[in-house]
Design a protein around this ligand. Structure first.
Ligand code: FES
Ligand code: FES
Length: 164
């Protein structure tokens, strides 16, 4: 089937089999390998992407279901080549990653959370990442990274003379 997807801000036309998952389409046809294949049945969250701004598991969707929608992968959140988003930067700063397998998904979940709620409580951050497994169990640093990113992003949005 021929489908048209908005991937990271660029419209792509693709030929896919109806059975192809969005995860396989991203990884195998578009070489967007930041969406990781973990359990491939909806449990671990490693395959998370943003679907029209909402964090979804790409292993549970067929590529054809994404026809006409906007998909953002971890490759699409950087401000420019070689640069990191504020959230990626705070993950580095707080050691919010160890092996890194869960990290793209955690970062995308954080992007979705902070787009919706710029001042989340710790409980709201914990709740937001509760569907994503970190096999290295680095949850405390991941929560810290997201809280720090929220603080920085609020600061960046304040008028210059109101910043501390
Ligand atoms: S690979 Fe999709 S939820 Fe685990
Ligand atoms: S950092 Fe290894 S799985 Fe999360």
């Amino acid at each position: 089937m021929r489908i048209e997807l908005d991937i990271n801000g660029a419209v792509r036309e693709l030929e896919v089999e109806p059975r192809t998952t969005l995860l396989d389409c991203l990884r195998d046809q578009l070489a967007l390998t930041g969406a990781h294949a973990g359990c491939e049945h909806g449990v671990c969250g490693a395959c998370t992407v943003l679907f029209d701004g909402v964090a979804v598991r790409s292993c549970l969707m067929f590529a054809v279901q994404a026809q006409g929608s906007a998909v953002t992968t971890i490759e699409g959140v950087t401000p420019g080549p070689g640069e990191l988003s504020v959230i990626q930067d705070t993950f580095c700063e707080t050691h919010g990653m160890q092996c890194g397998y869960c990290t793209p998904a955690m970062v995308l979940v954080a992007h979705a959370l902070l787009a919706d709620n710029p001042e989340p409580t710790r409980a709201e951050i914990v709740d937001a990442i509760s569907g994503n497994i970190c096999r290295c169990t680095g949850y405390a640093q991941i929560v810290e990274a997201i809280a720090l990113a929220a603080e920085r992003m609020r600061g960046a949005n304040r008028p210059k003379d109101a910043r501390k």
